[in-house]
Write a protein that binds this ligand. Structure first.
Ligand code: COA
Length: 338
């Protein structure tokens, strides 16, 4: 008797959304003590997109989610997860509103907060829900508007972050094939809580006074740089081992788009040629939980079905994770400008 085939999770749809307002390095240099040369050489970023007042994380999430559903050819799913650290409200979560606006009915919908690792955490969560038969299809959206958290006069951080949303539809399959996700590896280290943080606005310090520096996003740039390289490289090695892949098997390394130098160093550390590292942050900056799905959507045309993709992220918490994906045959995904 043939062995029963294992249930696997496959990528069935992809989409994205960016605010229509693009902000170049030269635009920033008009009001900040910075230059295009400094930003490009230190980060690899040329442009980012910024929401106008009145546009929120959910608006980007809805647009990206709609595109991912269209791309998958579906008008219903069993669950919606929104990975975000910039929800529309401190309470309630963003996902139920997104699900309702997408016409998905009364399905379970919840937010997941792991900052820039949120999308990889979300993939691992969705994969577990699908494998446990809790869902056949999950819409996972990474959406963030970090320009609403960063003090616009803070040159160190204002140059790095952009707003956006990226979405995937994940479905159940038997043994998969192209589109199949491999096992995920996740980690956290809460002793690094102050590496990346907004102190005010939570239960510890509920009052937000924008004249107080604790109201704004802070980051220990150099420490984050070193921790991000180490954690992403380590989790990539674990993900490769569990998938049974060698570094040379990786056709595309899609790392969280934090800094071009970070991605190059991760590639070098794990032995993946640097030209296989997908670079998207030059056009959008660091979009936090949206960065991996947006990079996948933007580069989908350059990835052939059956090619091997390694995903990895690092973010506030500190949190990190990695996983593997064998690329599916997809229609060309759309990234909306809203
Ligand atoms: N323009 C010009 N100068 C700037 C600047 C800007 N936008 N931002 C900072 N500087 C200055 C600093 O004030 C400092 O000046 P000083 O030497 O006179 O004090 C100098 O540049 C070096 O600052 P430093 O913070 O040490 O620079 P760096 O080489 O570490 O680069 C980051 C700063 C933020 C780009 C870098 O640390 C980084 O990318 N870290 C990781 C951030 C990240 O990816 N976070 C997301 C992970 S989820």
């Amino acid at each position: 008797m043939a062995a029963a085939k294992l249930r696997t999770t496959v990528l069935q749809g992809l989409g994205g959304a960016l605010p229509s307002r693009a902000v170049t390095n030269d635009d920033l240099a008009k009001t900040l003590d910075t230059t295009d040369e400094w930003i490009t050489s230190r980060t690899g970023i040329s442009t980012r997109h910024k929401v106008e007042p009145g546009t929120s994380t959910s608006d980007l999430a809805v647009a990206a989610g709609r595109r991912a559903l269209e791309n998958a050819g579906l008008d219903s799913v069993d669950m919606v997860i929104v990975a975000t650290s910039t929800p529309d409200y401190r309470c309630p979560a963003t996902a139920p509103d997104v699900a309702a606006r997408l016409g998905l009915g009364t399905i379970p919908a919840f937010d997941l907060a792991a900052v820039c690792s949120g999308f990889v955490y979300g993939l691992a969560q969705a994969d577990a829900l699908i494998k446990s038969h809790a869902a056949e299809h999950v819409l996972l959206i990474g959406a963030d508007t970090f320009t609403t958290l960063v003090n616009p006069t803070d040159r160190a951080n204002a140059v790095i972050f952009g707003d956006g949303a990226g979405a995937v539809v994940l479905g159940a399959a038997r043994d998969g094939g192209a589109g199949r996700f491999g096992p995920f590896t996740l980690g956290s280290d809460g002793t690094g809580v102050d590496l990346i943080r907004v102190e005010a606005g939570g239960s510890r310090q509920p009052v937000i006074d924008t004249a107080d520096p604790t109201a704004w996003f802070t980051m220990q740039g150099r420490a984050v740089f070193a921790a991000a390289v180490a954690a992403m490289a380590d989790s990539c090695r674990t993900a490769l081992n569990t998938a049974g892949w060698e570094a040379d098997d990786v056709d595309h390394l899609v790392a969280h788009q934090a800094n071009r130098r970070i991605m190059t160093m991760v590639a070098a550390s794990i032995g993946v040629p640097s030209e296989r590292a997908v670079i998207h942050l030059d056009r959008v900056g660091n979009t936090s939980a949206a960065s991996i799905p947006l990079a996948l959507a933007a580069h989908a045309g350059q990835i052939r079905p059956g090619e091997r993709v390694l995903l990895t992220a690092f973010g506030g918490g500190a949190t990190w994770g990695a996983g593997t994906l064998t690329w599916p045959a997809l229609e060309a995904p759309v990234i909306d400008l809203i």
